[in-house]
Design a protein around this ligand. Structure first.
Ligand code: ASP
Length: 330
């Protein structure tokens, strides 16, 4: 040990290990929230100024609600649920009220939520009468021994716990109905934008993520996408990051996109942006899929990569400045 060369080698090794540590260990923010309102072929010229303003307003309101919770010391789970509920209640988004239609002309909603501090998770799939599927997913996580409930069983569980139900026609919106008719005429599946998701870091260093969707327009009834699948559409782990995905769900399931981002950080020591880019910008298109994710890590770093023309998204950190980006805007 007295040999200066050995000491130098040890010193260099420590330096290298430090440099390749899991991510940038500099705390960016005490708390933060990042959300999305769906990825897809959304470009500025497809929106009127009124629609543009409406999306900005809706995303800002969701971010503000989550910010208020986090600033007051509330949990990342509460912030995620609150932000998503607001978007579920807004018919602009393909989640809750504005859910797209299945090929049968019905609405079947999926949602999931995950607590990064315990790895507890809850999910619901194919529900037709639940006003806020994200809240039912949270009930599954907190009030059952299971992770995922589907269809009538999910609804019955929710009703036992006093969840708000609505008649099926609550989800009928003219805009989504017209989309289904257009797709039927073209006999092609497209236009699915509007899934919502959120990921948050709270003052206690806990991460959480959630996702809610009506799925894909004209999907076969009974089809379940990635949004309620833990590790595909949603994942959170206090050691790495919290992720919510949107896009062509089948590919996100096959690649376990959200978990894969976390795993690259955990096992390969990648930083959040690097891990998210590797999965979303390389592995996803290599398989033929498309979409995007939003994520936040334990230091408050944020990543929002997407391969589609656009992804509605936004974030707020502890300085309270609300940032909203629509379409493919940088
Ligand atoms: N990922 C959702 C699904 O496949 C749809 C979307 O995000 O647009 O059900």
């Amino acid at each position: 040990m007295r040999n200066p060369l050995i000491l130098l080698i040890i010193f260099v090794c420590i330096l290298i290990t430090g440099c390749t540590a899991i991510d940038d260990p500099q705390q960016q923010t005490e708390f933060g929230l990042v959300i999305h309102g769906g990825a897809g072929g959304i470009t500025r010229d497809g929106f009127t100024p009124e629609q543009d303003a409406a999306y900005r307003e809706a995303l800002s309101v969701a971010l503000q609600a989550g910010y208020d919770i986090l600033k007051n010391g509330g949990s990342s789970l509460d912030a995620v649920e609150a932000a998503i509920r607001i978007m579920e209640d807004d018919s602009l988004f393909n989640a809750g009220r504005g859910a797209v239609f299945t090929s049968e002309g019905t609405n079947e909603l999926d949602a999931s939520i995950m607590d990064g501090s315990t790895l507890n998770a809850g999910a619901v799939a194919g529900v037709k009468r639940i006003k806020n599927p994200i809240t039912l997913a949270r009930l599954v996580m907190e009030e059952s021994h299971h992770v995922m409930f589907a269809r009538e069983g999910a609804e019955a569980f929710g009703e036992q716990h006093g969840i708000e139900t609505v008649p099926e026609d609550y989800f009928f919106t003219e805009r989504r109905w017209r989309t289904l008719q257009r797709i039927r005429e073209r006999e092609a599946a497209s236009d699915n934008g509007g899934t919502v998701g959120a990921a948050a870091l709270d003052k206690n260093g806990n991460l959480a993520a959630g996702t809610s969707t009506g799925g894909r327009s004209n999907k076969r009834f009974g089809r379940i996408g990635d949004s309620p699948v833990i590790g595909a559409g949603t994942y959170a782990n206090n050691n790495t990051c919290a992720v919510s995905a949107t896009g062509y769900g089948e590919y996100f399931i096959r690649l376990a996109v959200s978990f894969d981002i976390s795993a690259l950080m955990e096992y390969k020591g990648m930083a959040l942006q690097e891990a998210a880019d590797r999965v979303v910008m390389e592995k996803l298109p290599e398989l033929g899929g498309h979409g995007g994710i939003i994520a936040i890590d334990r230091y408050g770093n944020i990543a929002m990569p997407f391969t589609t023309a656009g992804m509605h998204r936004g974030y707020v950190l502890d300085d309270g400045e609300i940032v909203v980006k629509l379409y493919g805007d940088e």
